[in-house]
Design a protein around this ligand. Structure first.
Ligand code: FES
Ligand code: FES
Length: 157
């Protein structure tokens, strides 16, 4: 059996001391070891984007990153977006513009969109479409996701 490592992950401003095998993915560490199940796992091989979180201001697929690689970084997950019961502008826009149906892809889209808008709050339509196309949604047809992200971008500017 592989020896386990002691790690400290910083997630949404909180420290989580965990003990995991070196091969543990960040997605599994967040969900199982930190108890943050808002990050979803779909394909588990980097295709769907359901597991997207933000690591040091960049959107990453947490199923493709080992937990050990994230030690010392600032990790943000969907649990960190709302302020108590108050949704943040992106979450509110997803709600208002019906940008989710089953909701499975939603945490990944919210984190991807957060990173996109933080990097460029004035991102153009084509670039936004291109950036959001990296995540998959089986339900919405994407149109309302685009509308919601655009609406949130306007509010956040
Ligand atoms: S679960 Fe990570 S990309 Fe699909
Ligand atoms: S809302 Fe169901 S997969 Fe996107």
């Amino acid at each position: 059996m592989t020896e386990k490592l002691d790690l400290t992950l910083t997630v949404n401003g909180r420290s989580f001391a965990i003990r995991v095998e070196p091969r543990r993915t960040l997605a599994d560490a967040l969900r199982t070891d930190c108890g943050l199940t808002g990050t979803h796992l779909g394909c588990e091989h980097g295709v769907c984007g359901a597991c997207t979180v933000i690591v040091d201001d960049k959107a990453v697929r947490s199923c493709l990153m080992f937990a050990v690689q994230a030690e010392g970084s600032l990790i943000r997950t969907v649990e960190g977006l709302a302020d108590g019961e108050t949704l943040n502008p992106l979450q509110q826009a997803f709600h208002e513009h019906h940008a989710l149906q089953c909701g499975f892809c939603t945490p990944g889209f919210l984190m991807l969109a957060t990173a996109i808008l933080e990097a460029d709050p004035r991102i153009g339509e084509d670039d936004l479409r291109h950036a959001l196309s990296s995540n998959l949604c089986r339900c919405t047809g994407y149109q309302n996701i685009l509308i919601a992200v655009r609406a949130a971008a306007e509010k956040m500017r």
